[in-house]
Design a protein around this ligand. Sequence first.
Ligand SMILES: [Mg+2]
Length: 262
Amino acid sequence: MDIERLKRIRCFLLDMDGTIYLAGRVFPETVPFLDMLTDRSIRYLFLTNNSSLSAGDYRKKLKKMSIPVSSDGVFTSGDATAVYLKKQGVSRVYLLGTGSLRRDFRRCGIAHTEKDPEAVVLGFDLTLTYAKLKKANDLICSGVPFYATHPDLVCPFHPHPLPDAGAMAKLLEASSGKTPTVIGKPYAPMADALIERYGLSRGEIAMVGDRLYTDIRFGTLNGFASILVLSGETTRAMADAGDIRPDYIFDDIGALGKAIAT
Ligand SMILES: [Mg+2]
């Protein structure tokens, strides 16, 4: 394990569910880990693919859990999608998403419209209806570019995971025959958007998360150090058997903190 590389990291991108808390319960190691980073002037950002909530919603949620978070300390796949679309010059979209996502887009100058949209954007839409699916399918079939905020098939939930945007995208893929451009972890648009927004360079970034096919691949595909924590959905046996290889594996964020601090 290359501890020297770990000590050179200046910004930790932190997944939330399974990494800093699980099912609403904050891990006891979380706040000491964040305080240790702050003491060493190392930055951290909470990164999530969940586009059903806004960064502001997440900041409130984290503060309620007594987790320290800065005013720009949360970046969602919805934020990344807005940055990406703006760069493409897109300002009118047919959006399948929550009110939070729609407000975020509006703040970035991207309006939801049913008439002549420049793109169809699928988020983790908790208000999804058949009428929305039909409209989106019609638009995609008529050649309007199709984007999804993130690829996650399911969202962790007790007792059973929830169908997430990736599963919804599969439905539209099956009906339209078109594959969406996906923005969120592990793909490059999310990485490029956050580098641009926060002025970071790749070599000083590490991604910490519990999921191989989003968090760890986000690191390996985009030139960030990748750190798997075994406090969420991935067991050591799964990590050993998989073809996605994290640079580092720790039992939890506390063990990562010890490796940085010693
Ligand atoms: Mg997670």
